[in-house]
Design a protein around this ligand. Structure first.
Ligand SMILES: *Cc1c(COP(=O)(O)O)cnc(C)c1O
Length: 385
């Protein structure tokens, strides 16, 4: 046993399948660029897993989402409705298309877009509703699809964080016209950098493949009828992805097991820590185990995080709402109290496949004692809600 002080990372990849073997195979066979058998294989595995006809892999989860918007024909002047409480890429890709993100507040339980606030945001310019199943909890899609159908707009998902999650027994990835995933190093499965779009629409998939590869004419090399992109994934990255995807059930089961253990440890301390909810229609994939510090105990989230770090535990804050970032400040016509409140109080605890039961207990015990101690301090600045 090492005597080094325990340090628990917030995220870590687990590469314990065939990843190494497949990467070596790429090197030995000299297929290291963006052609090769692992790309097709990875796309097949993803489509099969999500239950869609097609998957198109890309070099990261931002380009995959951009590609989905391009394929849907998003253009200058169009609007895309989305939650403000998301990772910034969700809005950036809309700007890449010269279109406008229209932010909507989230609902508190699952931290995703509030379906009851969507309709008021629809205008004649609305082209799509972009849902974001945040931290692994799926979005309640039925009411959203009903609104979208009534207004003739698309639904697409930035499901970067929710591979493996389910809505009413169906996998995230199969719930929208296009769903985008990320395989960055901290995501549920990783290719280092990587992304994918899943869709049932073969013509959309074909359009994405065309735009991904510089929009080259399939029958005439070096002839480009449109402006394309180089958003291709390499065979080496896809080889890692195949190794990861072969064990997807294991990776997601492990995360659910970690969440269950956090829940057991924290269950009797809910006056100090608000636990993540799971709807009865949902299977949460727990990309992150997200807790909120109760507002009424008046202890500062950032202080909790810095004391956790001092104790050897890395955490992450819940995202800052996108409408509060400099590039997007002008776009919010009103405050988004739920997004702002959850962002201020939220902490993502370490959630990854390399955590041991002892790590989880260590994180939970430290969290409780740090919050308890800070809450008891009369000097703690109390925020007025
Ligand atoms: C990770 C993530 C992305 C972008 O993925 P990259 O692979 O880092 O480009 C997009 N949206 C959300 C919600 C994410 O969490």
């Amino acid at each position: 046993m090492s005597t080094a002080k325990r340090f628990v990372r917030v995220a870590e990849p687990v590469l314990d399948g065939n990843e190494k073997k497949y990467v070596l195979d790429c090197l030995e066979e000299n297929w290291i660029s963006s052609k090769g058998k692992y790309i097709d294989r990875f796309e097949k595995l993803l489509a099969e897993y999500c239950g869609t006809r097609c998957a198109v892999v890309t070099n990261n989860g931002t380009t995959s989402l951009h590609l989905a918007l391009l394929a849907l024909g998003l253009d200058r002047g169009d609007e895309v409705i989305m939650p403000s409480l998301s990772y910034v890429a969700t809005a950036n890709v809309v700007r890449y298309c010269n279109a406008t993100p229209v932010f909507v507040d989230s609902e508190r339980r699952f931290l995703s877009i509030d379906p009851n606030r969507i309709e008021a945001a629809i205008t004649p310019k609305t082209k799509a509703i972009m849902t974001v199943p945040l931290y692994g909890h799926p979005v309640d899609m039925d009411p959203i699809k009903e609104i979208a159908d009534r207004h003739g707009v698309s639904v697409i998902e930035d499901s970067a964080e929710s591979l493996g999650a389910e809505y009413k027994g169906r996998k995230v990835g199969s719930l929208a016209e296009c769903s985008s995933f990320s395989f960055f190093g901290n995501k549920t499965i990783t290719t280092g950098e990587g992304g994918a779009v899943t869709t049932d629409d073969e013509s959309l998939a074909e359009r994405m493949r065309f735009l991904r590869g510089q929009a080259v004419d399939p029958n005439r090399s070096y002839w480009h009828p449109e402006i394309g992109y180089n958003y291709r994934m390499t065979n080496v990255a896809a080889a890692i992805g195949v190794g990861q995807a072969e064990r997807l059930e294991k990776h997601t089961a492990k995360r659910r097991d970690i969440a269950k253990k956090y829940r057991e440890h924290l269950w009797s301390f809910q006056d100090l820590v608000e636990l993540p909810a799971e709807a009865d229609w949902a299977l949460h994939s727990y990309w992150m185990y997200t807790i909120l510090i109760p507002g009424q105990i008046g202890c500062d989230r950032d202080e909790v995080m810095s004391q956790m770090l001092a104790a050897g535990i890395e955490t992450r804050p819940v995202f800052y709402p996108i409408h509060t970032m400099p590039a997007y400040r002008g776009l919010a016509k009103k405050p988004f109290p739920v997004a702002e409140d959850c962002s201020r109080r939220g902490i993502n605890l370490p959630t990854h496949g390399a955590l041991t039961d002892e790590d989880v207990a260590f994180v939970a015990e430290n969290l409780v004692s740090i919050v308890k101690n800070l809450a008891a301090k009369p000097s703690t600045v109390r925020r007025v809600a």
